[in-house]
Design a protein around this ligand. Structure first.
Ligand code: FE
Length: 480
């Protein structure tokens, strides 16, 4: 409420007037002394140019930094879903959080086929879905995918994986009536969900189509030139390049060198990265990764490694998504292998062996034993480590020498690279205020005692991480 009122340049008195509140009520609301109820949110959304959701915080369902999801809870969530009138999949939930947009399901293939024909009538195709999908295969699973009207089928086995684009129809079946055949289907929306989707739904499909950027520099040049009302001649003059050549670059008829791209970025007043198109590595909408061809390496380093890591399917178009198989080596102890990332993180214990998950959150170290089929969600920035539970390195381990195997999927959240750059530009205690605005944007006079710091005397309202900060009161320096 405080942050929204500040953005709209309302002090307590003017906010109270807009919202029909008695004097002093706004300070009670922003200090937590008086609850913000639905009526008030509705009133604010009616009189101020904002949406109800702008005033609603998200639920923190991960106060310990990690949410563990047990196999028994997964089994209890099981739903068998029919396709074409008979059972096709059993779905089970695994670890997810309200903080992150990914939706990881364990899915067992109940339809058994005898061939790998994409046109087999026993295969029930879906209509595709919005979410991107990373899939990890266990057992003899057939994967079907359709792109631009062409149907494909590939035979997948344990350790194979695939990354796929939204809205491509797909299906899965089993090639064996006796062996287990299942997948871990980790779907996520990335930047497509949330604010972008809501904004585009207001603009409508025509404008959304016009906003679609092909992965070419020419499209970026045209978009920035248009935004800046720059003619081709003016852009060429600023970049010190011949105008006909710049026209060719903008039309996609020529390719700029690195130096020319830098000159054009300078001319447009943007960072060079804004003129570099994304790279999409999918073929027929998917990126297949077969385990036998996948790259593996040891971590922290060869010779005294805690883990052997194998790269799974992904795509350059999603640089903030990482899928890995992590073999926890028998000698591994947690101190050797701390892992940290800016991404949301999902872990699923593959195979037959348990593993110990260690983590650090808000200065506290914790650990939890994870059994096969257990999974965990880890908040961004939470250090984790896996430790082998088998004591003797000589007797422990599978044929590959691993004591346990964990599937890791890491996905970027709403804190994009641009947001992270912006965080670095916020001075002083600005980050605390960005997360949890606690004061008026200017120092009010004595007629409003305490209004500048309505929460200052309220214990328990500070962000739980506040004690880790070295915040100082720079308010007077930041008045404007
Ligand atoms: Fe799917």
């Amino acid at each position: 409420m405080r942050s929204a009122a500040n953005d709209l340049k309302r002090d307590d008195a003017s906010a109270e007037q807009d919202l029909g509140l008695p004097p002093g009520a706004f300070a009670d609301l922003t200090s937590g002394r008086r609850p913000v109820d639905w009526d008030l949110i509705g009133k604010a959304a009616a009189v101020w140019p904002l949406n109800e959701r702008d005033l609603l915080p998200i639920h923190d369902d991960c106060p310990d930094g990690v949410r563990v999801h047990r196999l028994a809870d997964s089994v209890a969530s099981g739903r068998t879903i029919n396709r074409g009138g008979s059972p096709y999949y059993e779905y089970r939930d695994t670890a997810m959080s309200r903080v992150a947009s990914y939706r990881p399901e364990w899915i067992s293939m109940l339809r058994v086929v005898e061939d790998s024909d994409p046109d087999n009538p026993a295969v029930e195709w879906n209509r595709g879905h919005l979410l991107y999908q990373f899939t990890y295969f266990v057992g003899p699973v057939n994967y079907y995918y359709r792109w631009e009207g062409v149907s494909h089928c590939v035979e997948m086995n344990t350790g194979d994986s695939v990354w796929g684009l939204p809205f491509a129809p797909h299906s899965f079946t089993s090639r064996s009536a006796t062996e287990p055949a299942y997948i871990l289907a980790l779907t996520y929306g990335g930047d497509l969900l949330g604010d972008a989707q809501r904004e585009l739904s207001v603009l409508g499909p025509r404008k959304a189509r016009a906003l679609a950027l092909p992965a070419e520099q020419a499209a970026l040049l045209r978009s920035f030139a248009e935004a800046r009302l720059l003619s081709t001649e003016e852009l060429a003059r600023r970049a010190k390049l011949p105008a006909p050549y710049v026209a060719q670059l903008c039309a996609g008829e020529a390719a700029a060198t690195g130096d020319e791209t830098a000159a054009l970025a300078d001319a447009l007043g943007v960072a060079v990265r804004e003129l570099l198109p994304t790279r999409i590595g999918t073929e027929a909408g998917v990126h297949l990764a077969y385990r036998a061809e996948s790259r593996s390496w040891e971590l922290p380093e060869q010779g005294r490694a805690a883990y052997r890591v194998t790269q799974l399917a992904g795509d350059p178009a999603h640089p903030h998504t990482t899928a890995l198989e992590v073999d926890v080596l028998p000698a591994a102890d947690a101190s050797a292998g701390w892992l940290s990332t800016y991404q949301h993180q999902y872990a699923y214990v593959l195979g037959e062996e348990p593993v110990e998950l260690h983590w650090e959150h808000r200065g506290e170290r914790r650990r939890e034993r994870l059994e096969p089929g257990d999974s965990a969600y880890v908040l961004p920035g939470t250090r984790i480590a896996f430790a082998a539970l088998t004591a003797d390195p000589n007797t422990a381990g599978d044929a590959d020498g691993a004591a346990a195997r964990v599937l890791l999927l890491r996905v970027g959240g709403a804190t994009t690279t641009d947001v992270r750059f912006a965080l670095a530009t916020i001075p002083g205690d600005g980050i605390e205020r960005y997360l949890d605005e606690d004061r008026l944007w200017f120092k009010s006079d004595a007629a409003q005692p305490g209004a500048a710091h309505p929460d200052a005397a309220q214990p328990g309202t500070a962000h739980p991480d506040a004690q880790e900060s070295d915040a100082t009161d720079l308010e007077s320096a930041r008045e404007h």
